[in-house]
Design a protein around this ligand. Structure first.
Ligand code: 5GP
Ligand code: ZN
Length: 113
C-alpha cells in the first residue's frame, strides 16, 4: 500500500474536517489555512502529480474543477476565489497526491511567491 497522507485521510485513518464527500472525491479544510477559506479537493484515487495525469482522466479533472466551483458557492465565497495545483518541488508540492487548493474570503495578491 502507498504510504500517502491524503490516502490516509480518504480512509479515515487520519482525521480531517470534511466539507464534501462522494464516491470519487473528498474535500476537506487545509490544516494550515492561507485564507479564510482554504479547502483541498482531491480524487480518492491516488494520483501523485498533475504531470502524471493521463488522457482517460480528463473527465475526472473536469469534475474536480466543477466541484471546486460548487464548494466555493457552498462556502459563500464572495468576490472570487483561486484554484491552485502545486506540481513538483519548485512549486512547493508537499503531498504527492494530487490536490486542488480552493482559496477565498480575502483579496489574494498576484503573483504568488
Ligand atoms: P501542497 O504544498 O502539497 O500543494 O499542499 C499540501 C497542503 O496540505 C498544505 O497546504 C498543508 O497545509 C496541507 N496539509 C498537510 N498535512 C495536512 C493534514 O494532515 N491535514 C490537512 N487537513 N491538511 C494538511
Ligand atoms: Zn494518495
Amino acid at each position: 500500500m502507498i504510504d500517502c497522507l491524503f490516502c490516509k485521510i480518504v480512509e479515515g485513518e487520519i482525521p480531517s474536517e470534511k466539507v464534501y464527500e462522494d464516491e470519487h472525491f473528498l474535500a476537506f479544510k487545509d490544516i494550515n489555512p492561507k485564507a479564510p477559506v482554504h479547502i483541498l479537493i482531491i480524487p480518492k484515487e491516488h494520483i501523485s502529480r498533475v504531470e502524471n495525469l493521463e488522457e482517460n482522466q480528463v473527465e475526472m479533472v473536469g469534475r474536480l474543477i466543477l466541484l471546486a466551483k460548487d464548494i466555493a458557492h457552498q462556502q459563500r465565497i464572495k468576490n472570487g476565489f483561486r484554484l491552485i495545483f502545486n506540481n513538483g518541488p519548485d512549486a512547493g508540492q508537499a503531498v504527492e497526491h494530487i490536490h486542488l487548493h480552493l482559496l477565498g474570503g480575502r483579496k489574494l495578491t498576484w503573483p504568488p511567491g
